[in-house]
Ligand binder design. Structure first.
Ligand code: ADP
Ligand code: ADP
Length: 234
């Protein structure tokens, strides 16, 4: 089943005289349970593509369907409700709130939706168990390592069971050991929890964790690679 269907989108910045075609006709789709990477050099349009899919930015033309819903036609409060319910985000800089514990950070997506406290606790505990961060739930971000913070951020992206998880350079701020741990936990969530993930990166090692990689340059997809079971080298 298709979770994401990107149909011939374009995104232009600037005016007629100095037009930047950040996205120049891109189409692809992502099925439920896929882990897709989008890889390309700086300035190739990765952030713009992700921003259009995450409803932060508007496409100039074309359509984006998420769970059969055309997000390019949504407005205002519909958009924010859609983002809250259907999408999960993993950012490069974690975006954890410093004044909240790990538990509270993870729970936020649920408490905003007025989920019952007992249910919030059950859901947070389940996702924490899967990501092996049960022992940091009562800590504040400044008390956690980079890898722990990133896994708390992953837990927050997942706790409301979104249709699609979007990750923007998730390893960009991590050393190689923490990167590996984060990518392994993302892989686990994908394999064991059937989470659908789209990840944008310029880093080949990071991209190698995706099952399918779309290569983008100058706002276009120019190649696509499917990873075999054992092509990744340690
Ligand atoms: P990255 O390479 O990590 O994707 P960029 O430096 O390309 O980051 O972009 C960071 C942010 O700045 C993005 O939100 C992007 O939309 C914005 N941005 C990039 N280029 C420009 C530009 N020429 N003018 C205005 N904003 C830009
Ligand atoms: P990447 O994420 O791959 O580094 P971006 O999506 O940030 O690429 O940028 C793609 C192109 O669009 C670049 O030429 C960038 O300068 C331009 N761009 C991105 N955001 C803006 C913006 N807000 N205003 C003008 N140009 C932008």
């Amino acid at each position: 089943e298709k979770i994401l269907d990107v149909k011939n989108i374009e995104k232009f910045y600037g005016t007629q005289d100095s037009l930047t075609k950040a996205i120049n006709q891109i189409s692809f789709s992502v099925d439920e349970g896929e882990f897709v990477g989008v890889m390309g050099p700086s300035g190739s349009g990765k952030t713009t593509l992700l921003n259009c899919i995450s409803t932060i930015d508007r496409v100039t033309s074309g359509h984006i369907l998420i769970n059969n819903q055309d997000i390019t036609t949504l407005k205002g409060s519909q958009l924010s409700a859609f983002r809250r319910n259907e999408l999960g985000f993993i950012f490069q800089d974690f975006n954890l709130l410093d004044t909240l514990t790990a538990f509270e950070n993870i729970a936020l997506a649920l408490t905003i939706q007025k989920v019952k406290p007992s249910e919030v606790e059950a859901q947070v505990n389940e996702v924490a168990k899967r990501l092996e961060i049960e022992d940091v739930l009562q800590k504040y971000p400044y008390q956690m390592s980079g890898g722990q913070k990133q896994r708390v951020a992953s837990a927050r992206a997942l706790v409301h069971n979104p249709s699609l998880i979007l990750a923007d350079e998730p390893t960009g701020a991590l050393d190689s050991k923490s990167s590996r741990m984060l990518l392994e936990s993302m892989e686990k969530l994908n394999k064991e929890w059937n989470a659908t993930i789209m990840m944008v990166t310029h880093d080949a090692f990071t991209a190698s964790y995706a099952e399918r990689i779309l290569f983008i340059k100058d706002g276009k997809i120019f190649n696509e690679l499917h990873r075999g079971e054992d092509t990744r080298k340690e």
